[in-house]
Design a binder for this molecule. Structure first.
Ligand code: ATP
Length: 658
């Protein structure tokens, strides 16, 4: 107890004793009634508590001030230390071809991870802010202060590897040509391209995304014209390119979505029974030319919700999704190409959001949660090819990842490419947030093991072909090399090309001069015949005849020789598409697919089926591999089984054997 505390507390004690005596002692005529004394005591107690509270509050206040003072000291210390850093070397303004080639090389990955460091802004420079984030391709160096437990500190350089790093010297054209422009040909040939701008609030996401949108608005029409020119020598360069572009623009805030082309009307993001994602109620505008495209983007951007944050006066507090659908009128059966341009909401850390009210704190939590799910989906999608175990991709957890589902779905038959541009502020005061951004994006860049180049397992099985062997086969096998592999399969392996739908395949072939749809279809069927032969061989053993597909598309079943006297297993007339059927034991060659899903009955009575395999970690649950199709003779089909789809685990569960 301190001296001052002693002086204030001793009279209190004396008074208390005196009072206790008067309450407990002889109650004389002028003594205070017990009830009155109790009230007085309560009042006094209350007064003592409030004194104590105000003393504590004063102490808290001075502690907070002291903390603020320490923080200010720390900032100036960081600035001083930053000023001692060597000035970064200016980077060349254009990225060399070598760097671009290395970043876009075919290494089997569907995701490109880039970083963009914006310049120090004039108001930051006025405050003495100093750049400590330096792009040095293909990586990034972040200098940060490292504080030790003993009070010592030094400057630490954190190195990160990315596919491409853009510095303040690189303008929007350099960024666009390297990351966004390559997505347009993919989308025109029915693929799906996704461009995501990620980063801390105020790091330049909207600046980057707006400039990408402006350039895409011009180039998508000119590239469509070029495509038409290459296909049709009689084309006169008119606006009728055969492609129809439809745009919708909306923002996502937690579980809510608002249409930015229709006065922020509330819309719904739903998955239909076929698993396709529908944006219900959103206005979809057919875009006629670049001016119209830009007008729509401007209209939508003006309606985005913004709030002031610690780092940005007009921070976007939502994910803005601009979706461009490309329909090819010449090939109506092909899937529509999709281009998603997503300006993600700015990530904020705890200190940035410390002055927010409850709603804003919840909003920040929602944003960070959806960004976490996005990261998990991108990373797990890259891990699918690396692991033998089932890799869970939680794309249904947030609306954003549900919309981009196809980019993460390993069973997607479309060619997909995702590019993430992580934006960072260059200053020393943002170094911690920059490190957080790097920690977020670094795991997205999964390095795949080197693909075998010269070794082809089985020259008669396209599923085992590398891209190099596939190219060789196309050049050697088809029309004296008229189909250009750069158009048909720039990066795909044999297995990936077999997953491309027929419409898309034909569309890609027709981009080559002198190839008509009939030739393209023949090539598609030739590849599929090889694949079906190989699959059937694997299943039935080497001596069994294989399934065939005729030029008119009709499949002939692989005929498994009937075993004499074998009892009839199943009333084949009962069979309908959509039923699950267990196979006979000798049909299950490797024990992997005990059950199949009936897809389509061929004219000769055989069935096109898809494999249903037991989950790796749970033999009672099954997974449908819709892309693994083959033709099964009815003699291979043993019993009807009932499988129930469990939405929660996304597996099928065996209910009953009929
Ligand atoms: N590469 C750049 N060159 C010049 N200025 C830039 C660059 N990147 C960003 N800026 C400027 O930085 C400021 C913040 O950028 P922007 O609004 O795009 O940030 P943001 O990441 O979208 O922020 P938020 O998430 O809060 O919306 C703007 O004034 C913008 O003009």
């Amino acid at each position: 107890m301190t001296a001052t505390e002693m002086t204030t507390s001793q009279p209190d004690l004396a008074e208390k004793e005196e009072r206790q005596q008067s309450v407990a002692g002889d109650a004389g005529p002028d003594s205070i009634p017990a009830s009155v004394t109790a009230t007085a005591l309560c009042k006094e107690k209350h007064a003592a508590w409030s004194t104590l509270n105000s003393t504590l509050r004063a102490k808290e206040g001075s502690a907070a001030e002291r903390l603020l003072g320490q923080k200010a000291q720390m900032s100036s210390f960081i600035f001083e230390a930053g000023l001692k850093l060597p000035r970064p070397e200016p980077l060349p303004e254009a990225l060399s071809d070598e760097i671009l080639l290395a970043a876009t090389k075919d290494d089997g990955r569907d995701t490109t991870v880039c970083i963009r460091v914006r310049p120090v802004l004039p108001h930051e420079e006025a405050k003495g802010e100093y750049p400590v984030v330096i792009a040095s391709n293909p990586g990034l160096n972040v200098h940060s202060m490292d504080f030790r437990w003993n009070g010592m500190s030094n400057i630490k350089t954190n190195k990160y590897e990315v596919d491409l790093a853009f510095g303040p010297e690189h303008d929007n054209d350099v960024v666009y040509n390297a990351v966004a422009k390559p997505l347009i040909p993919l989308v025109l040939s029915n693929g799906m391209g996704t461009l995501l701008a990620y980063g801390q609030t105020g790091s330049g996401k909207t600046y980057t995304m707006t400039s990408m949108q402006e350039r895409i608005a011009t180039d998508i029409f000119s590239l469509a014209r070029q495509h038409r020119c290459a296909r049709d020598p009689a084309y006169n360069g008119s606006d009728d390119t055969g492609f129809v572009f439809t745009l919708c623009f909306f923002e996502l805030m937690g579980k809510q979505a608002f249409d930015l082309l229709d006065d922020r009307k509330s819309i719904s993001i739903l998955e239909d029974t076929f698993g396709a994602v529908q944006i219900v109620g959103a206005r979809q505008e057919d875009v006629v030319d670049s001016t119209h495209f830009l007008e729509l983007i401007e209209r939508g951007s003006a309606l985005r919700r913004t709030e002031a944050t610690a780092k940005n006066e007009t921070s976007s507090r939502s994910h803005a999704v601009c979706c461009i659908k490309v329909r090819n009128n010449e090939l109506p059966e092909a899937e529509d190409g999709m281009l998603y341009l997503v300006d993600l909401a700015g990530s904020e850390n705890n200190s940035d959001s410390s002055h927010h009210n409850r709603d804003r704190i919840n909003e920040t939590k929602e944003i960070n949660k959806s960004l976490g799910t996005l990261k998990e989906c991108i990373r797990n999608r890259s891990l699918v090819g690396l692991s033998n175990n089932h890799v869970h991709i939680p794309f249904r957890t947030s609306r954003l990842t549900l919309i981009l589902k196809e980019a993460f779905d390993p069973l997607s038959t479309r060619q997909c490419r995702t590019t993430v541009i992580a934006n960072v502020s260059p200053g020393i005061l943002d170094a911690q947030q920059t490190l957080n951004t790097m920690r977020y994006i670094e795991p997205l860049r999964v390095t795949l093991p080197p693909q075998p180049t010269a070794v082809v397992d089985d020259q008669t099985n396209p599923a085992t072909w590398t891209n190099a062997y596939l190219r060789k086969w196309i050049l050697a096998n088809y029309l004296g090399g008229r189909v250009d592999p750069n158009m048909l399969c720039p990066t795909e392996s044999g297995k990936q090309l077999c997953r491309v739908p027929m419409g898309t395949f034909i569309n890609r072939c027709m981009l080559c001069e002198g190839v008509d749809p009939r030739h393209a279809k023949e090539l598609y069927l030739k590849l599929w015949n090889l694949l079906i032969d190989a699959r059937t061989r694997n299943r039935n053993g080497p001596s069994k005849p294989a399934a065939r597909i005729d030029a008119d598309g009709a499949r002939k079943a692989s005929i498994r020789p009937a075993v004499p006297g074998r009892p009839k297993q199943l009333a084949v007339k009962q069979l309908k598409p959509g039923q699950f059927v267990a196979l006979t034991p000798d049909a299950i060659s490797d024990g992997k697919a005990p059950i199949v899903l009936l897809l389509e009955k061929r004219p000769d009575g055989a069935w096109v089926v898809a494999d249903v395999v037991a989950a790796e970690n749970d033999p009672d649950r099954y997974e449908l591999l819709i892309a693994d199709r083959w033709v099964a003779h009815t003699l291979l089909l043993k019993k009807l089984v009932e499988l129930e789809y469990d939405r929660k685990s996304r597996y099928y569960i065996l209910k009953n054997v009929v």
